[in-house]
Design a protein around this ligand. Structure first.
Ligand code: SAH
Length: 253
């Protein structure tokens, strides 16, 4: 999918680009949004690579069926364990994740850990999902995008890969920007403003025009704390617990 074989590593030595393998019955959904903008340019530059595997290739009958009706009855179809297992046996490499609303929630710390892996295999479900036995037999790691139900694992795989790719060395122009982002500090990020300085009668907070870096830093910190407290009491509680009672301790480093 990409040209270059190696990319510059953290210490300047060459290392293999990060790889994602996607097992899906809709390979045409890829690279999709991952072929555009930041992730797309990085893909072209060989900073990461993408391989899709069509699960249907591993179907055994003449209709190439990958699903069947659920034992015990009920609505929908279930992806067959033999077909999914054959695809995994032939193609899975590295940490193997099944995207599922029944998995652990994806968060920035998991994204960071996945960016440190050389290769990831992502299994995308459709219908009611895959037969439980293949999850057990292959010890699949279940990861959920959030507490809602998608119609398939593909949009979840795209979101996961997008989040990983922007952390890879050389992908984001100014990596300092990544350190201040939402979740990296345990807080949501502060609000942003750009030109024009006045728009529809709304001005930009005075401090941001002051050029006073220390005051700007303090204001942003205060805004990040306030936003987190208001919108995400769950994150705020964890932040306070992690950083000491006053919540001011610098967690960088
Ligand atoms: N019946 C299942 C949902 C199946 S949705 C249940 O209630 O748990 C079909 C497929 O979409 C799943 O197999 C999974 O791969 C994907 N999917 C749906 N919601 C998801 C989510 N929140 N995170 C990750 N993948 C999801």
């Amino acid at each position: 999918m990409t040209g270059a074989e190696t990319s510059p590593g953290i210490l300047g030595q060459t290392m293999a680009p990060w790889r994602a393998k996607i097992l899906t019955i809709f390979p045409d959904m890829f690279p999709g949004p991952l072929g555009q903008s930041l992730a797309g340019r990085a893909l072209q530059a060989g900073l990461w690579s993408l391989e899709t595997v069509d699960i249907r290739r591993f179907a055994r009958d003449k209709h190439a069926s990958v699903d069947d009706t659920p034992f015990g009855g009920g609505a929908g179809m279930v992806m067959r364990p033999d077909v999914v297992d054959a695809a995994l046996a032939a193609e899975a490499e590295g940490r193997t994740i099944y995207l599922s609303p029944r998995g652990r929630l994806l968060d920035q710390s998991l994204v960071r850990a996945l960016a440190a892996e050389p290769v990831l295999t992502l299994l995308c479900g459709r219908y009611e999902g895959v037969d439980e036995r293949v999850i057990e037999a292959r010890s699949l790691e279940l990861v959920s995008l959030g507490d809602f139900v998608l119609s398939g694992g593909e949009p979840a795989a795209i979101a996961l890969i997008d989040a990983v790719v922007r952390l890879l060395p050389g992908v984001v122009g100014a990596p300092e920007g990544l350190e201040e982002e939402s979740f990296e500090t345990g807080l949501l990020e502060y609000p942003h403003y750009t030109r024009p300085a006045e728009w529809l009668g709304r001005t930009v907070p005075e401090v941001l025009l002051s050029g006073h870096h220390e005051r700007i830093r303090a204001w942003r910190r205060e805004q990040a704390e306030r936003t987190t407290k208001e919108r995400r009491p769950d994150l705020w509680t964890r932040y306070l617990a992690d950083s000491g009672a006053d919540g001011k301790k610098d967690r960088k480093g």
